[in-house]
Design a protein around this ligand. Structure first.
Ligand SMILES: [Zn+2]
Length: 176
C-alpha cells in the first residue's frame, strides 16, 4: 500500500502529463460546482499553461461550450493566433467530433485525454478523426492519463444526479 502510494507520487513528479491532467481535473471540478458535466481542459505551450477551460453548455446556453473549446478559444486569443501548432491540450474526457475538428483547424500538436468516451469520443471511442490520413493535419493523440480519476469524477457526478432525480420523483411537490 505504502509502496504503491510512493510509486504513484513518484510517477506524478516525474511525468508532467500527470501534473497537467491534475490541473485539468481542477477545471473539471469548477464545471461540477455549476451542475455541468465535469470536464476540464488545459492548453500548454513550452511547459507553461496558456489557458484553461471547463464544460458549461447549460449555463451559457451554448452547445459548443465544451472545456476544450473554451481552452482553445482563450489560448488562441492570448497567443494572438488561431493556429496552435506548438501547443498540447490536456482534457479529462476523450474529445467529441466538434472539439476534435477545432483541434485539427488549430493544427494542435497533441491532445492528451483522461477517460475514454464510448458514447461520443472522436479519438477512437466512436470514431477516430485523428487517424484519418486524408486530413491534411495530423494531431498526435494519447489517451488514458489519470483515466481512473477522470472517470471517477464523471461517475460521481452522474450518480449524484440520478439520486437527486430519484428523490424528486419520491417527493413530488405538494399540489395543495
Ligand atoms: Zn467536445
Amino acid at each position: 500500500m505504502t509502496l504503491e502510494k510512493n510509486e504513484a507520487e513518484q510517477n506524478a513528479s516525474e511525468n508532467p502529463a500527470v501534473q497537467w491532467m491534475r490541473l485539468a481535473l481542477d477545471a473539471a471540478r469548477r464545471a461540477y460546482a455549476l451542475g455541468e458535466v465535469p470536464v476540464g481542459a488545459v492548453l500548454v505551450k513550452d511547459g507553461q499553461v496558456v489557458a484553461t477551460g471547463y464544460n458549461r453548455p447549460i449555463s451559457t446556453h451554448d452547445p459548443s461550450a465544451h472545456a476544450e473549446m473554451a481552452a482553445l478559444r482563450e489560448g488562441a486569443r492570448l497567443l494572438g493566433n488561431y493556429r496552435l501548432p506548438d501547443c498540447e491540450l490536456y482534457v479529462t474526457l476523450e474529445p467529441c467530433a466538434m472539439c476534435a475538428g477545432a483541434m485539427l483547424h488549430a493544427r494542435l500538436k497533441k491532445v492528451i485525454f483522461g477517460a475514454h468516451d464510448p458514447k461520443t469520443g472522436a479519438c477512437g471511442g466512436v470514431v477516430n478523426l485523428f487517424a484519418e490520413p486524408r486530413l491534411n493535419h495530423q494531431t498526435q493523440v494519447e489517451g488514458g492519463v489519470l483515466e481512473r480519476e477522470c472517470g471517477d469524477l464523471l461517475r460521481e457526478f452522474f450518480a449524484e444526479r440520478r439520486a437527486a432525480n430519484k428523490n424528486a420523483a419520491k417527493n413530488p411537490p405538494d399540489p395543495t
